[in-house]
Design a protein around this ligand. Structure first.
Ligand code: FAD
Length: 474
């Protein structure tokens, strides 16, 4: 028998259900395949940093598979349709009897897998497995059998299901007797823009697992207090690995449980607080499957589709570049532009600023984030943007609007983070930092920093009116 593992968003050998299933029969020859789809990535707006990180991770994965007797074949075509056709042809050529892959839950990915199963299912055994989530979509439903529309009851039901679910990680495969001397195709650079993510993000599972271990043992206890302070390195920074499946959420959960065996009965603990974030991640995936319209640029709350957004490219460009005149917003946008990552609190502040203060369509922000983030993840990004725009599930009501200046004061009191990213403000004293033009010398000292591009108080009233008009059209 010849088994083929089609790798997508699961670039790891540990806890990889499809790889594990492909290797179960000790006599089978096992091949692995990765197909780059630059046309599809362009449609999805993948960032150049994420593309480079993806390739770096393939370079780590390929020898790890080869050492176990599994050659990685590599191919590039344009989009998912072509990828399915190519898998079809590859299976014929290699006389593949069984095809294994881990599911992905985004809309186009689901369509691709359905097509794959229709096209190849008569000829060979196609086996899709759940992965990339703690619990598969559909596993946590209301008493009426529906997906929860609000996070907290979802989480409560989720925790109950989690305590009884089979959550063991599957091991990395042993070396195979067949195919000991394997040669892998060297993953070639894709025809897609790439930008080196730099030393902050070493590629490969070992790097991800070691970061996970350190975080669980040394940092997670302080997570509840420290996680909202962007100047601190207090969150796991595992998102780029989770986004590409270099690490699985099950691995995170099991490592956490090992360090904190009473995790599920101590909701006040740091470990529980971190688990809660992993459950948010699952929540947005479960929603995406239950409500495919979320994948089609539509809001969850339908009346918010009527908000009259402003088309102002000058303001949008200022936001993108970190030149809004609001120090916390600018520092955050520059952090993302320069590193590909942004702290969660700042994602909320900058998203709220674009949508509520500038009244610019959240979908433009969603797209811009995707084009810059190394951890770009369609479900989490869409969920985060809809949350910030109050268009999503359990949204903070639209009339709750962040004040960017007070948010800055609260979460970056001494301006440590702001000074790191906005050097123009270096000489502004702490007490004026969040509102630099209130410093008298700003006028005379020639501060080389933009004045605020909106008046927050007025913008707030304008946003309320726009949402109100959309909700109650005349
Ligand atoms: P930690 O605090 O250590 O959390 C652990 C993991 O849990 C993260 O790696 C991530 O996988 C998951 N997680 C944490 N918070 C959330 C959340 N609110 N929603 C979903 N999953 C979460 N996350 C992405 O992975 N990709 C995105 O493209 C993305 N876009 C976002 C856009 C907006 C507007 C907002 C408000 C949030 C977005 N998030 C996104 C969620 C969150 O900001 C990041 O996951 C987090 O900042 C990553 O840092 P970390 O790994 O140190 O997180």
């Amino acid at each position: 028998a010849t088994h083929l593992l089609w790798l997508r968003n699961d670039l790891r050998i540990h806890d990889n259900p499809a790889l594990n299933a492909a290797c179960r029969n000790p006599d089978a020859q096992v091949l692995a395949l990765y197909i780059a789809t630059p046309g599809q990535w362009r449609d999805h707006g993948m960032s150049a940093r994420q593309a480079a990180f993806l390739l770096q991770n393939l370079h780590e994965l390929s020898p790890a598979l080869a050492r176990r007797g599994i050659p990685l074949h590599y191919h590039q075509c344009d989009d998912f349709d072509q990828a399915v056709d190519w898998v079809d042809e590859f299976c014929r050529r290699q006389q593949v009897s069984h095809l294994f892959y881990n599911y992905q839950y985004e809309y186009n990915e689901q369509l691709r897998d359905r097509r794959l199963e229709q096209q190849l299912g008569d000829r060979l055994v196609c086996q899709g497995l759940d992965d990339g989530v703690l619990l598969p979509p559909g596993a946590v439903l209301t008493g009426g059998g529906e997906m929860y529309k609000v996070y907290t009851p979802f989480r409560n039901a989720f925790l109950k299901a989690l305590s009884t679910a089979e959550m063991e990680c599957v091991p990395a495969p042993a070396q195979r007797l067949e195919g000991i001397e394997t040669v892998s195709d060297d993953p070639m650079p894709f025809s897609y823009p790439q930008q080196d993510p730099g030393a902050d993000w070493p590629a490969g599972e070992d790097a991800a697992l070691s970061r996970l271990r350190t975080f669980c043992h040394q940092q997670v206890a302080d997570y509840p207090q420290a996680r909202d302070i962007p100047a601190l390195d207090a969150t796991s920074r595992l998102s780029p690995y989770l986004a590409l499946g270099v690490l699985s959420p099950r691995q995170c959960y099991n490592r956490l449980l090992k360090a904190y065996p009473d995790l599920l009965i101590r909701p006040e603990s740091g470990a529980f607080c971190w688990l809660n974030e992993l459950i948010w991640r699952d929540f947005y995936r479960h929603l995406m499957v239950a409500y495919p319209r979320l994948a089609k640029h539509q809001p969850f709350i339908q009346w918010t589709g009527r908000v009259a957004w402003r088309q102002d490219d000058r303001l949008f460009d200022a936001w993108c570049a970190g030149l809004t005149g609001f120090p916390i917003v600018d520092a955050a946008m520059r952090q993302m532009n320069q590193t590909g990552w942004m702290h969660n609190r700042l994602r909320m502040i900058t998203a709220s600023f674009l949508v509520k203060d500038l009244l610019i369509d959240w979908r433009r922000g969603e797209q811009f984030f995707m084009s810059r983030l190394i951890d770009g993840d369609f479900c989490a990004n869409n969920g985060g943007w809809q949350w910030a725009a109050s268009t999503g599930t359990d949204a903070a009501p639209y009339f709750r609007i962040f004040n960017p200046t007070t948010q800055g004061r609260r979460f970056d009191e001494k301006g440590e983070f702001i000074r790191r990213w906005v050097p123009e403000l270096a000489k502004v004293p702490d007490r004026y930092l969040h509102d630099p033009y209130s410093w008298q010398q700003a006028e005379t000292g020639g501060l080389d920093y933009p004045r605020p591009i909106v008046d927050h108080a007025k913008a707030r009233i304008r946003a309320l009116a726009a949402y109100e008009a959309a909700k109650n059209p005349r």
